[in-house]
Write a protein that binds this ligand. Structure first.
Ligand code: GLC
Ligand code: CA
Length: 525
């Protein structure tokens, strides 16, 4: 499959569809929904981790990279999914969690045993005098003492997620072998979890963009990716418009795409990070998104996305629920025609919103538990820290997919592992939206079809921002020779005056009246 033809749908397997009635989404559940995914218009699925794991971080803590966790099914179920999806023209992309493993991974269990264990250097161990003040992304020190040998191991995330030591060539080869195993099994590529962290130089206090990061990525490319023409998408929270080209310039032979996050992190609080956010500012947002399109357009191919399993639902981030339907239809128009590969996160196409979790006994995400005291430590009063941790918890965007009006929104016959939205919200589900030609789902289908019809313009054309200084409009063009596709969105809850559009050519699609809040119109000439 040509990289630039991809439209990727992200599945958080636990919350997608439960086929065997244990309250947990599984691989057979995905198999049974392939027709739905085809009809949506996607041709690749990125699965969040499905491998054996104690699930301290929803599977981002892998104990065995070669086998499916029984919660999700058997290895055969994954092979079946790869085959069945392929038959429908859909490729499978696995989540490569390469920066760390579970503390239950046999490599770590060995590594812990003694200082001269052959696996010792698969991880990062230091004496007490050698450790520093690097903090874990989930709060607290990134170093934990292991009593067996009296040394500390490094973990950028939970203490149950020890970091692998990529400086060790043996470890690197072990990882490449595993990647090749899955590529040989027919997966088309990998989304690479926090990949910017693998080149770290801990003693120099460098965690992101370490000195050897790009050497490792090039090596990985040569030893696995290139041979299989695999798709690779790096998760890079700290990349920026300068460093991006290092990952993506095809001449460097590293990755195909990266997720860049400055359009989100720019709203984070300097002290409390994502747990306290500034109000959304369209001008700043546009500037960031347009820069992705305009910096090194010949050398980079973008990963276009609104949502994933770590961030709040976009309606709650960019608008409000009073305009739920309109904004959920406008948002895809803001990104589906830009240069790059679109990613759609499960439920986004239905207009799903945050789960509004109110009680600590409904929280499942480890990060919320560890960050709650951390926020208080940083000066937030305890009650507020509790509220912020609840409201911002990643569980909010992980609530089960809404399939129909039956119990648990048709996700499972049993009590789901994480609460489904309250009933009132469940009118936004697949069954209802498939019946309604004006639904959010219908808009996603229509726009993806339109994108397909104009694919060469997107792939080969030039991105041109429109009305950049307008505080209500989000508008852009793709231009190839004489052909121009123009997308004009009113990204505001107020009406907008739209400057003259006559030169944009024929109106080929629209939602809402021209200039109405959260409307869009698309033109072609
Ligand atoms: C990535 C994942 C996130 C996970 C973290 C540690 O950011 O997307 O869900 O918790 O890495 O693996
Ligand atoms: Ca199940």
């Amino acid at each position: 499959m040509n990289l630039k033809d991809l439209v990727i749908y992200q599945i958080y397997p636990r919350s997608f569809f439960d086929s065997n009635g244990d309250g947990i989404g599984d691989i057979q559940g995905i198999c049974s929904k392939l027709d739905y995914l085809s009809s949506l218009g996607v041709n690749a699925l990125w699965l969040s981790p499905i491998f054996v794991s104690p699930m301290k971080d929803g599977g981002y803590d892998i104990a065995d990279y070669y086998h499916v966790d029984p919660l999700f099914g058997k290895d055969e179920d994954l092979f079946e999914l790869i085959e069945k999806a392929k038959a429908k023209g859909i490729g499978i992309i696995l989540d490569l969690v390469a920066n760390h493993t579970s503390d239950q991974n046999p490599w770590f269990l060995e590594s812990k045993k003694s200082k001269d264990n052959p696996y010792r250097d698969f991880y990062i161990w230091r004496d007490k005098e050698e450790i520093n003040d690097i903090q874990s992304a989930f709060g607290g020190s990134a170093w934990t003492l292991d009593k067996t040998t009296g040394q500390y191991y490094f973990h950028l995330f939970a203490k149950e997620q020890p970091d692998l030591n990529w400086a060790n060539p043996k470890l690197r080869d072990t990882m490449y072998q595993m990647m090749n195993y899955w590529l040989d099994k027919g997966v088309i590529g990998f989304r690479m979890d926090v990949i910017e962290n693998i080149g770290k130089d801990i003693d120099a206090h460098i965690v992101n963009d370490g000195p050897r990061l790009h050497d490792y990525l090039h090596e990985m490319n040569q030893k696995c990716l290139a041979k299989h023409q695999a798709v690779s998408i790096g998760e890079t929270w700290c990349s920026n418009n300068e460093t991006r080209v290092l990952y993506l310039d095809p001449k460097r032979e590293e990755l195909n795409m990266i997720f860049q996050f400055d359009q989100l992190t720019m709203f984070f609080d300097p002290i409390f990070n994502k747990w306290v956010q500034k109000p959304f500012d369209l001008l700043a947002y546009k500037k960031a998104i347009f820069a992705h399109q305009l910096v090194h357009p010949k050398k980079v191919w973008n990963a276009l996305f609104l949502e994933n399993h770590d961030i709040a639902r976009s309606i709650d981030r960019y608008g409000d629920r009073n305009s739920r339907k309109a904004i959920a239809k406008m948002l895809p128009a803001t990104f589906l025609f830009q240069k790059g590969t679109p990613f759609i996160y499960q439920g986004e196409e239905l207009g799903m919103i945050n789960a509004d979790i109110q009680n600590w006994n409904e929280i499942r995400d480890t990060e919320a538990f560890t960050m709650r005291p951390e926020l208080a430590k940083k000066g937030m009063d305890e009650e507020m820290a509790s509220k912020k941790a609840l409201w911002t918890s990643r569980d909010n965007c992980r609530s089960p997919m809404q399939w129909n009006n039956s119990k648990n929104a048709g996700f499972s016959k049993a009590e789901p592992w994480l609460k489904v939205h309250d009933k009132e919200l469940n009118e936004y589900n697949v069954e209802n939206e498939e019946k309604d030609s004006k639904s959010i789902l219908a808009t996603y289908q229509k726009l993806l079809q339109l994108r397909k019809e104009h694919l060469s313009l997107i792939q080969e054309g030039k991105f041109v921002p429109l009305f950049e200084e307008d505080p209500k409009l989000f508008a852009y063009q793709m231009v190839l020779g004489e052909h121009v596709l123009s997308v004009v969105c009113v990204f505001s809850k107020q009406e907008a005056q739209i400057p003259s559009l006559s030169h944009l050519g024929k109106l080929i699609d629209a939602e809402g009246e021209l200039g109405a809040p959260y409307s869009y119109s698309i033109y072609y000439r």
